[in-house]
Design a protein around this ligand. Structure first.
Ligand SMILES: [Ca+2]
Length: 106
């Protein structure tokens, strides 16, 4: 039995969750991998570590749709903005709605 095959049979240990990692808590973020773990650069808020670039890059918060309905999300470097969308002018008895084709609902 080779070392490689015996390793595969062992369940992966999450060193990050178990606090078994050697990452520097203030400068690095522990990331569990299959059979090991890695220490990524800890990024400032609004940035995320890119495995491809090995650097902190802007996080696109808009993918999580953080703005209220009727507000448009615009990603910025290090943050994001919510812009209120122009509201439809609706006849009396109707209120603006983003879900309907006319932009109004009863
Ligand atoms: Ca951003």
């Amino acid at each position: 039995m080779s070392l490689n095959s015996s390793r595969k049979q062992q369940p992966d240990v999450d060193e990050c969750a178990e606090e078994l990692h050697g990452c520097h808590p203030e400068e690095e973020t522990c990331r569990n991998t299959d059979g090991a773990y890695e220490c990524d650069i800890a990024c400032e808020e609004g940035f995320q570590f890119s495995l491809v670039l090995r650097a902190c890059v802007d996080q696109d918060e808009c993918v999580d749709a953080p703005c209220e309905p009727g507000w448009e999300c615009r990603n910025t470097v290090g943050s994001y903005l919510c812009h209120e969308l122009p509201r439809a002018f609706c006849p009396a008895g109707y209120k603006p709605s983003n879900g309907s084709a006319s932009g109004c609902e009863g």
